[in-house]
Design a protein around this ligand. Structure first.
Ligand SMILES: *Cc1c(COP(=O)(O)O)cnc(C)c1O
Length: 232
C-alpha cells in the first residue's frame, strides 16, 4: 500500500512541478513517519525515500538507531530545549526554530560536539493562536539576532499552514513565506541562507510546490491516517 501511495504522491509532485515550470529535483519529498512503525518506514525506504520527518525526539532517536545510516532525518516538530542534545547530531535539519532561547541551546549543544547545525525558522504565516512559530513581522529582527550563534546555520523558512477544506486558501500563506525569504535573502546576512522553503503537507503540497516549496512534508498520503491512541 505504501508503495502505491508513494507512486501516487510522486506523480502529483511531478505534475505540480511541471505546472509551475520547476524541476522535480528542486523539490525534496520528506516522508513524515511520526507514529508509524519501522516496518512502514522500511517499505518507504525500499521504494527510495531517504528523507524522513519526525516530530518527537525520542521517536526520531529510536528510528535513527534501527534504520539505515544514509537517511536524512528531519526534525519537524516543536522542540523542547532539554531534548535538543539527543538529536543534535542525528537530525540533518531542524525545521522548527522559533525562539532565541531554543537557538541558544542548539548553539551550545552544537558547540560541545564541534558541529554546525542546519535549521529553518518556523513562521506562523496565518497567525493562528494554536500554532508555534514566529510572527512574520518578527522574522527579520530574529535573523539579525540569530547570526551571533556560530554553530547554527539558517538554511531557510518553514511554515505549517492552517487545516482548510480547499488548499487554494493556503496559497496566499505559501506565497507570503516565499516573499519573506526573498526579502531576507536580499539583506545578505552572514550565516544566513534562504535556499530552503519547507511548506506543504498532504492536504496542500501541490499548491505549496506551485508557490516555490523546496521541501514538502507528507505523512498521511504516504502512510495513511495516524492513530494517536496507539502511540507509544
Ligand atoms: C504531521 C506533520 C506533517 C505531515 O502531515 P500530513 O497532513 O499527514 O501530511 C507535516 N509537517 C509537520 C510539521 C507535521 O507535524
Amino acid at each position: 500500500m505504501i508503495t502505491e501511495n508513494l507512486k501516487d504522491v510522486e506523480a502529483r509532485v511531478c505534475a505540480a512541478c511541471e505546472r509551475s515550470g520547476r524541476k522535480r529535483e528542486d523539490v525534496t519529498l520528506i516522508a513524515v513517519s511520526k507514529t508509524k512503525p519501522v516496518e512502514m518506514l522500511e517499505e518507504a525506504y525500499a521504494y527510495g525515500c531517504r528523507y524522513f520527518g519526525e516530530n518527537k525526539v525520542q521517536e526520531l532517536d529510536e528510528k535513527y538507531d534501527i534504520m539505515p545510516k544514509d537517511i536524512h532525518w528531519q526534525m519537524i516538530g516543536h522542540l523542547q530545549r532539554n531534548k535538543v542534545k539527543y538529536i543534535i547530531d542525528k537530525a540533518e535539519l531542524i525545521h522548527s526554530v522559533d525562539s532565541i532561547r531554543l537557538a541558544e541551546t542548539i548553539d551550545k549543544e552544537a558547540a560541545k560536539k564541534g558541529i554546525v547545525v542546519n535549521v529553518l525558522l518556523e513562521v506562523n504565516m496565518a497567525k493562528e493562536d494554536t500554532k508555534f512559530g514566529l510572527m512574520p513581522e518578527e522574522v527579520m529582527d530574529f535573523i539579525h539576532e540569530i547570526v551571533r550563534f556560530q554553530h547554527i546555520k539558517v538554511q531557510g523558512l518553514m511554515t505549517i499552514a492552517p487545516f482548510v477544506e480547499n488548499p487554494e486558501e493556503n496559497r496566499i500563506h505559501f506565497a507570503n513565506l516565499r516573499k519573506l525569504s526573498v526579502d531576507i535573502a536580499k539583506e545578505k546576512v552572514d550565516n544566513v541562507n534562504m535556499s530552503i522553503l519547507s511548506m506543504g503537507m498532504t492536504n496542500d503540497f501541490e499548491v505549496a510546490i506551485e508557490e516555490g516549496a523546496t521541501m514538502v512534508r507528507i505523512g498521511t498520503a504516504i502512510f495513511g491516517e495516524r492513530n494517536y491512541a496507539h502511540q507509544i
